[in-house]
Design a binder for this molecule. Structure first.
Ligand code: AMP
Length: 551
């Protein structure tokens, strides 16, 4: 950064320099909404007053177990009230919260536990066999705390410091959360890239607080097709280990909304909670909403007014339309593990609200407009910004106060991420003249056929609009003549099984060739009907696995 001479503030000696700490997010809701509810499945409910006390009780309990500022406390749980307590208590003590991806392989799991230097692990009984399989390789773990919904102790060869509720019951809810530097590390977690070992990202108190306000401005402040406020009823459908459930639990707690935590994701339980608890706001990857929209139970439910943000992967237009037909107010947002995650939200600008439903679907499925305090550009291979004409594609690079400042203990990868002082997302996109970003591909997922680039996401979007299609994934597979050719894996709706053929899907794509939307060589040469599409540990389509299968 160039140094320029500026006039600096000279504070009064007694002035208090207010640090941006997670503990401050909890003050307002305890004043505004002390009686508001936090619900866990059909098993537990309590008010914010109790939540505030339990956060103190948890910090006191962890202190009793030996946790000190700077230590790392890891959690392996489904989405629960206990997890929410950890989101606050652990960083508020000055310790680091490590949210463990419970779908890692044993090798990845032990690597992340040792790499993050976990001191204590809180583990749901369902993951005991997984954790036990690596316990002999723990390097820093001193205590394991059991999380369970059952009254009985499960069988395990792990030694527990105790069960969470028992330990809480033995601890007085007294704890004075200290002030400290806002740049203190608050959270860490690992992203499983396409190659190599998982990479650790980390966020400070300052970053989490600013990200929470970023979410608030992007989701709550604009006149658009949807907005969120304190009267909403919130239920996450993104695992809390995946980028802090996109940071939403911090925002929803700050707003003092009613919060519903569904535990393990089971379609019937999710739908039941949405109806009985009157959920109005959720977020998830496309796979989860697809699962719900395809569930036979949905036709009997009234989901009118349920706002759902889709992120983590592109939202296909076919899925968006199907959800809108069920009354679900669906739209996209975009970000990644490295970005805390929020970068853009597909808010429809007021003057675009007059457009037809189909045109609005197109906007809802774009990746969106950058939220305040996100600077976002698309650049060519030399780093030069390309025009915002909705046509010219470039790599998305960003700056914002809440981006990870590197990867834990990995200087080379950190420098690659931050080349030229911009965080490189590895995503390819276009920006239109209204400022909407549309991700057209991951750098590594773009298909190059006969020397021309084809967007796999655009092909997926088109195929998703066929009435028989419930899910689709497109990848490039090696081809002697053309270098690569698109291959589509397509899952059909039950009613169309054995009725729709490979040629029908190709004909459908030809319609888009005729209208000039895609070139002829964009029509997939091979369509695989009704094979199961492989998914990643966070439920996204795993193109790496599809490529491995068909190349
Ligand atoms: P993760 O770090 O697992 O959250 O993955 C982040 C990646 O998911 C991004 O770099 C994008 O490639 C993809 N992604 C997230 N949100 C969207 C979206 N709305 N549209 C398209 N791709 C997305």
């Amino acid at each position: 950064m160039t140094q320029i001479k500026t006039r600096l503030i000279e504070p009064c000696q007694d002035a208090y320099s207010y640090p941006l700490l997670i503990k401050n997010l909890l003050e307002t809701p305890l004043i505004y909404s002390p009686d508001q509810e936090i619900v866990y499945r059909n098993l537990r409910r309590y008010d914010y007053k109790t939540f505030g006390q339990r956060v103190k009780q948890l910090a006191a309990m962890l202190t009793r177990l030996g946790v000190k500022p700077g230590d790392t406390v890891a959690v392996m749980d489904w989405d629960s009230h206990r997890y929410l307590e950890c989101f606050f208590a652990v960083p508020m003590m000055g310790a680091v919260l490590h949210t463990i991806n419970i779908r890692l392989t044993p090798e990845q799991l032990i690597y992340t536990i040792n790499h993050a230097e976990d001191d204590v692990i809180l583990v749901n009984e369902e993951f005991l066999p997984l954790l036990s399989s690596v316990k002999d390789r723990f390097e820093t773990v001193k205590q394991v705390v059991l999380l369970t919904d059952s009254a009985e102790m499960p069988q395990s060869d792990l030694t527990f410091a105790g069960e969470y509720e028992d330990l809480m019951a033995d601890t007085a809810p007294e704890y004075d959360f200290p002030d400290f530097d806002e740049n203190t590390m608050a959270t860490t977690f690992y992203t499983t890239g396409t190659t190599g070992l998982p990479k650790g990202v980390f966020f400070s108190h300052r970053q989490i607080v600013l990200h929470t306000y970023g979410l608030m401005s992007g989701l709550c402040a604009y006149e658009a097709q949807a907005s969120v406020n304190s009267s909403d009823i919130y239920m996450p459908m993104t695992p809390m280990f995946h980028v802090h459930a996109w940071g939403m639990p911090y925002l929803m707690t700050l707003l003092g909304t009613k919060q519903v935590y569904p535990g393990r994701y089971e379609p019937e339980m999710l739908l039941k909670l949405i109806v009985t608890e009157k959920v109005t706001y959720s977020h998830c990857v496309p796979t989860i909403i697809n699962m719900l929209v395809s569930s036979p139970a949905i036709s009997q439910l009234n989901l009118e007014g349920w706002k759902v943000i889709i992120g983590g992967s592109a939202l296909p237009q076919g899925l968006c339309k199907a959800a809108l037909e069920h009354g679900i107010n669906l739209y996209s947002a975009y970000g990644m593990s490295e970005t805390c995650p929020l970068l853009t939200v597909a808010n429809i600008k007021p003057h675009l609200m007059e457009k037809s439903v189909d045109e609005q679907v197109e906007i809802r499925c774009k990746t969106g407009l950058p939220v305040p305090n996100v600077r976002l550009e698309i650049v060519d291979t030399k780093g030069t910004p390309v025009p915002h004409d909705g046509q010219t594609a470039g790599e998305v690079v960003v700056r914002s106060p809440w981006l990870t400042q590197g990867y834990v203990k990995d200087e080379a990868k950190s420098q690659e991420l931050w080349a030229n002082g911009w965080l490189h997302t590895g995503d390819i996109g276009v920006i239109d003249d209204e400022g909407y970003l549309k991700i057209t591909d991951r750098l590594k997922d773009v298909i190059k056929t006969g020397g021309e680039w084809i967007s796999s996401l655009e092909l997926e979007d088109i195929i998703s609009r066929h009435e028989a299609v419930t899910e689709v994934a497109v990848v490039g597979v090696a081809d002697e003549k053309w270098g690569e050719r698109p291959l589509a894996m397509v899952v059909l709706n039950d009613a169309f099984k054995d009725k729709v053929t490979e040629a029908d899907i190709q004909d459908f794509c030809m319609g888009f060739v005729k209208s000039g939307q895609i070139p002829k060589y964009g029509v997939p040469s091979k369509i695989v009907l009704d094979a199961e599409i492989p998914k990643t540990s966070v439920g996204k389509i795993s193109k790496k696995d599809i490529r491995a299968q068909y190349n």
